[in-house]
Ligand binder design. Structure first.
Ligand SMILES: Nc1ncnc2c1ncn2[C@@H]1O[C@H](COP(=O)(O)OP(=O)(O)OP(=O)(O)O)[C@@H](O)[C@H]1O
Ligand SMILES: [Mg+2]
Length: 227
């Protein structure tokens, strides 16, 4: 970790808002939505209020941006995509993240800033400095309190995505090497930000992953998650 490394924190992070922000990250099909849904259901059963959100597409503007980003008829350069993702993020922070966190709420986000670093910088080769700077501006310095990283090797990803037409098309278009770079990017980000990352082997059964997530939340945030 060096101060010049853009994915490293160069100064200690300022104290954030009173809420708790938990991000779920990992390559396509790694099980982010599955684990987020399960955690949300457990919190709901325990009557613990929380906000479920995602990037991109959590706000009305974000929904339009998500459609544009996912439309195969609208090719966008890596740099153009980066700006669209950051526009979504700026709106997400203002409309969803900050209001909930300022109230002291628990926020669970299906992808957040690490995804842009992994996909746009490590995957497409955009400057890490640029990605880190734009993310910092879009989030106004906000950082996840915990990132649950579901690590899936590219061979396993291929198998999971082949079950879904949309995922298969994306895999075929972007290629195995691309997803391998993204996965390695996530591993590097997790190494640099080990203090805020829960690293999980996404090939494990969902029930086991759920237990690992619960144990980590209870250990890090005693009382907040009901155990
Ligand atoms: N631990 C697991 N072991 C095996 N299969 C899993 C596991 N978790 C999820 N799956 C399956 O893998 C597929 C992808 O899961 P999910 O949609 O949760 O991933 P995701 O990370 O949200 O994907 P995307 O990036 O496309 O949104 C689904 O068919 C899901 O049932
Ligand atoms: Mg998902």
């Amino acid at each position: 970790m060096t101060p010049s490394d853009p994915i490293s924190p160069s100064v200690s992070p300022p104290a954030g808002p009173p809420g708790l922000l938990v991000a779920f990250e990992g390559v396509d099909g790694s099980g982010k939505s599955t684990q987020l849904r399960r955690l949300s259901a457990r919190l709901a059963a325990a009557k613990i209020p929380h906000t479920v959100t995602k990037e991109p597409g959590a706000t009305p503007l974000g929904k339009k941006l998500r459609e544009i980003l996912l439309d195969p008829a609208l090719p966008a350069s890596a740099l153009a995509q980066l700006f669209l993702f950051q526009a979504d993020r700026a709106q997400h922070r203002q409309e969803v993240l900050s209001p909930a966190l300022d109230r002291g709420g628990i926020v669970l986000s299906d992808r957040l800033s690490d995804a842009t670093m992994a996909y746009q910088a490590f995957g497409f080769g955009l400057s890490r400095e640029l990605v880190a700077t734009l993310t910092r501006v879009a989030l106004d310095g906000l950082r996840p309190d915990l990132t649950v990283l579901l690590d899936l090797p590219v061979e396993a990803l291929e198998g999971r995505l082949s079950a879904r037409a949309e995922g298969r098309t994306r895999f075929e278009r972007l290629g195995r090497d691309y997803f391998d770079r993204v996965r390695r990017g996530y591993l590097e980000i997790a190494r640099v930000h080990a203090d805020r990352t829960l690293f999980l082997d996404a090939t494990l059964p969902p029930d086991l992953l759920e237990k690992q997530i619960d144990a980590e939340l209870a250990r890090r945030f005693p009382g907040r998650f009901g155990r």
